[in-house]
Design a protein around this ligand. Structure first.
Ligand code: MG
Length: 201
């Protein structure tokens, strides 16, 4: 399986990063080795001095598809979870400055936290999500604030690469991203339901 991550998909986050809104989705990949094993703490890697959390809604692909028309995207997913796209912001800034790819900043081991449980989208009539750091809300948004919605994302990405059963799509982060340090804890919610809790070590 692969993990597809969308960048710059909430305008408040685009603004806080000093970026501009793009005409089509921006995406990058994390390998399956980036998955943080279930219920493990997140260990701050030694190659970065600035790891940021980015909470994101995560959709699970349920069947193989290629060049999917947007009007059929709904046939390819039915479950949603929540994740963190851990980012080495210092390395990413360096990559951006040099025009290099982002892998060392985005795709390292443990950089993809994914909730253990996924929820049936039909059971949800709203998609609010939030992240608490040490018990205080640091990020809060709603799926309808995405610049490119999941149907557009699936259509766009599948034009370039085949989507396979079990692939995950991280759909971008709202504003409020920030650094973590040893001893912090992060808890993510979809609506009122706690989806994950992770300690930083
Ligand atoms: Mg992200």
């Amino acid at each position: 399986m692969k993990i597809i991550c969308i960048g710059r998909n909430y305008s408040d986050h685009v603004k806080e990063m000093g970026n501009s809104i793009s005409k089509s989705p921006i995406f990058f990949l994390k390998p399956n080795s980036a998955l943080l094993p279930k219920r493990n703490p997140f260990f701050i890697p030694n190659f970065s001095n600035e790891i940021h959390y980015e909470v994101e809604l995560v959709y699970k692909i349920k069947k193989v598809g290629k060049s999917i028309d947007q009007s059929f995207s709904k046939n390819y997913y039915s479950e949603i979870g929540l994740g963190i796209d851990f980012t080495a912001r210092d390395l990413q800034e360096e990559c951006k400055k040099n025009g290099h790819p982002w892998e060392i900043a985005k795709s390292f081991d443990q950089s993809a936290l994914v909730s253990e449980n996924f929820m049936d989208l039909n059971s949800l009539n709203k998609l609010n999500f939030s992240l608490l750091k040490n018990g205080e809300i640091v990020q809060e948004s709603n799926a309808n604030k995405m610049i490119f919605n999941i149907d557009q994302i699936i259509s766009y990405v599948s034009n370039y690469m085949t989507l396979k059963t079990g692939d995950l799509i991280f759909t971008g982060t709202p504003s409020g991203v920030g650094p973590i340090k040893i001893g912090d804890s992060l808890e993510g919610f979809i609506n009122d339901k706690s989806m994950f809790k992770v300690n930083i070590k």
